[in-house]
Each structure stands twice: as C-alpha cells, then as structure tokens.
Write a protein that binds this ligand. Structure first.
Ligand SMILES: [Zn+2]
Length: 476
C-alpha cells in the first residue's frame, strides 16, 4: 500500500475531476478499494510531480554573540563574513538558531536537487528580538548588547535570512509568510503600513509589485503559484492569533485589528476569485497540540471555518509552522473533511525539538502536495555525533496515497484510537519532535486530538477518552 501510494499518490487530486467522467467504479469489483481506483486513474492521467522545500521558524539570533552586532551598520550582503559558520550549531531548549545552525540546515536542504520553489512559513527572527535589541531584561534571556535602531535591525535581519535562503537555492522562487516574531514593535505586534513592513516590503524575494504593496499595507497578499498556472497562494498575516496584539510588552495597541480586514479579504478571495487556492500562514488554525488551547481568537476561527466551508474555489491545502513540531491538521464540517493543513517543524530548537526541514512532492497539474519527508539534525549512533537524517516519508509512515483531507482524516482517526492498533500513533509521536524517539510524553493526548478537532468541547472529549486509557504521567 505504501509503495503504491508513493508512486501513484500524487495523481489522486488531479485525477479526482476525471473520476466522474472516466471512472464509474460502481460495478467494479475493486471499486471499494481506494488504492485500486487511484492506480487505474493513474493510467488515464499520468500526472507529473515536482518538488519543493518547506522551511519554517528559523528564528535567526544575531544576538547569539555580541560581537556579531557589528553588522547593524552594514548592508546585509556584507553580514555573512561577520558570523561564525564554523561554530557548533546552537541546540537545546530556549536557544534560537545561530548562524551555524541556519547555514547547516540550508546547506543540507540544498543537497536534494530539483526544487521548483521554497515555502517559508514565518518566524525569521529570534524570540524576544525587540527586547534583545533594546538590551531589556526579558523572561528567558540574559541581557544582550542593544542596537541603535531596533526596528531597522529587525527588518535587516529578515532580509539577511531571506538572502541566505536565496543564496542556498539560486533562482528558486520563495513564497513566504511572516511569523508572530517578525515585527518591528515586538512579538505579536506587526503594524500594517508601519516602518518595519515598509523596510522589508521592497526586499521580499519573489514578490511582484502589487503583492508588495498589499504586503506592506495589509500584511496579507496573493501570489501566483510559481509553476502551476491558475493556482494561487493566499498568504495570511498572524493577526488572528489568540495573542494579537500582545499589549503586555508595552508595545501593542488594543485598537489594532487588521484581522477583520483579513477576514473580509479571505472571504472575497474564496467567493469571487477563480482557480485553485493554497493557504500559507504562520500560526495554524485550530487547537494548540501542546497546551490544548485555541491558537486563534475564537471569532476568527469560526469565521475561517465558515469561509473555507463555502469556498467557491478548490482550496488544495494549507501550510503553517509556529508550533515547531512535525504536525498535521484536518478540518471537517457536516459534509466531511474539507481542508488539510501541513504544520512544518522548525529549524530552531527553542521548543526542545530537533532542527528540521521538509522536502515535499506536489502534483504539477494542480499544485497540491502529495507527499513529504522531514530531515532532522539528531544524534547518529553510527558516527557518535549529531547528523542530518531523514524520517520515513509521510506516504510510507501512514500508508496514505496523498495529503487530501480524506486521507488526513483517516490518519487522525487512527492516531486517536485508544489502543494504537495500527501503530500510527507511535510513528507520529516518534516524528513529532524529530529526535528519533517518542516525543510529547506529557501532552501527546492533546497533540493527536488537535489533528482533527477545532471545537474545544469535542477536543476535550477526545482527550478525556484517550486519557481514561492512557493517563498523563504523574510527573508531568
Ligand atoms: Zn516560531
């Protein structure tokens, strides 16, 4: 099953529209077998596949060494020589990526040939960037040396990370979203039309002029798929987060509400636009699989689900980051599952995970992702040191022929069994934090229920049902 899925899986979505016209399986003895259907359709529509790279949450930390702050007065194309590429890659919880880790991840990712484009799902900047830049004491960090112009330095640091990505993948289009940390005024405080967006807007790679204007003035924009005609990426800002705006840092203003404008925009895009759409964002909608609370403000979550449910355009999936873990999501309504979401693990080790990036396959007829494989930097017993290693592919891990909502829903159902009779939960937990061992020891019940439940009550019921059989260990 997994082998067939690997080979034919990518055509499933492209073939779906042919199914009605060409594949009446009602009288077919194999008609109840999804794999057989997919295989037969493959002969009707030999779709081709492309490859893309999905990176998320580098959280580059220029404050790692005060000596590096000499770069603040230099143009970004002169920055690289001032960072130490031969240092050990940063590691450990609450440490963001030093230059060596960012460089290692990009260099390793570039060893896979044939990418058509790169997706970046946000959080270029290290945590508490503004507090570092202003030499303020903040919860988790020693005080670093401040910089002269924190907003300009934040913008330059985003530009530098983009430059590093561009240099690692020359000529490849980059489609990117900003994360909650990517703001001049501090975490969860992106100001639309503000100085930070005005600084980085003109420098964003691959953005055509109209999208640049939208990006600066609203924080969200559309961009054509780099290789698939008629498919568009809709790139969202992080204004729907539960924590936006974070007035606790003395920076956010409660009156800031660009989320309403984004809601109207998304609704218009999906009710009046044409062609396929793919969503790109930093914070995934739904429940946080770590803490078990909502990721978005509840009004926006409800509106998002309503807008997506009645979309006139096919939405071929969504890509996100933010949690730093290797995750998936599926959204359903009364008609069944309608949106699959890929949540990519991070380069930074800040949440205790191993550094990761994702190599993905997609259907070049539609743009839909069909399979993916995560690479993580983790202990290698052969060499006795940390080395980049590949996880099993999604298709092989879960026996899934594609990443359609229906397939992800099947996986969710298996992950949420109380007895893990299919073994999928062990695989999910082993890949979750990229360390080659079962992660999420204290919260895996949340992590697996968050895959498919967005309603807090139903999510709670899922967690309780599993916890009756598998109680959370006492020392959590
Ligand atoms: Zn992050």
């Amino acid at each position: 099953m997994a082998g067939i899925g690997k080979f034919f899986g990518g055509i499933a979505l492209a073939a779906a529209s042919l199914a009605a016209a060409c594949a009446d399986t009602s009288g077919d003895p194999t008609g109840s077998d999804d794999t057989a259907k997919v295989e037969r359709l493959a002969t009707l529509s030999p779709a081709t596949h492309g490859k893309f790279l999905h990176i998320s949450d580098i959280h580059f930390d220029p404050f790692h060494n005060d000596k590096h702050l000499v770069v603040q007065d230099l143009p970004v194309d002169q920055w690289e020589q001032h960072f130490d590429g031969s240092a050990s890659p940063s590691s450990g919880r609450h440490n963001d990526s030093n230059f060596a880790l960012m460089k290692s991840a990009l260099t390793e990712a570039a060893k896979t040939p044939g990418y058509d484009f790169v997706l970046y799902t946000g959080d270029y900047l290290s945590h508490d960037f503004r507090e570092h830049a202003e030499a303020k004491r903040w919860v988790r960090h020693p005080v670093s040396k401040g910089v002269k112009d924190p907003i300009a330095f934040a913008a330059k640091t985003v530009e530098f990370v983009n430059l590093m990505i561009e240099q690692a993948f020359p000529g490849k289009p980059i489609v990117s979203a900003l994360g909650n940390n990517d703001a001049g005024c501090g975490d969860y405080n992106l100001r639309v039309g503000g100085e930070f967006l005005k600084d980085i807007g003109p420098e964003m790679p691959t953005l055509p002029q109209p999208a640049k204007k939208d990006f600066v003035n609203s924080g969200f924009y559309t961009i054509d798929h780099p290789t698939v005609a008629g498919t568009e990426f809709l790139v969202l800002g992080t204004f729907w987060s539960h924590a936006y705006p974070d007035i606790g840092r003395g920076c956010g203003m409660p009156s800031d509400n660009p989320g309403d404008a984004q809601k109207t925009w998304l609704s218009n895009q999906l009710s009046t636009g044409s062609g396929n759409a793919i969503l790109l964002m930093h914070i995934p909608p739904g429940i946080d699989g770590y803490g078990g609370t909502a990721q978005w403000q509840s009004g926006f979550q409800t509106a998002f689900e309503a807008i997506l449910s009645k979309s006139k355009r096919p939405v071929l999936g969504a890509f996100a980051g933010h949690t730093h873990m290797n995750e998936i999501r599926v959204f359903s309504n009364s008609s069944g599952p309608y949106l699959s979401v890929r949540v990519a693990p991070s380069v930074t080790t800040y949440n205790g995970n191993a550094p990761s990036f994702t190599v993905a396959d997609y259907d070049t007829a539609t743009g839909a992702m069909t399979d993916y494989q995560v690479y993580t930097l983790r202990y290698d017993s052969k060499s006795g040191t940390d080395a980049w290693q590949a996880e099993a592919k999604y298709s092989a891990s879960y026996g899934a022929p594609d990443f359609s909502p229906a397939e992800v829903q099947k996986i969710a159902n298996n992950l949420q069994l109380t007895n893990d009779s299919t073994g999928m939960r062990t695989i999910y937990r082993t890949q979750y934090s990229g360390k080659g061992q079962e992660g999420a020891r204290c919260n895996w019940q949340n992590a697996v229920c968050a895959v498919s439940f967005t309603d807090p009550v139903k999510f709670g019921q899922c967690v309780s049902r599993i916890e009756k059989v598998h109680p959370v260990p006492g020392n959590c």
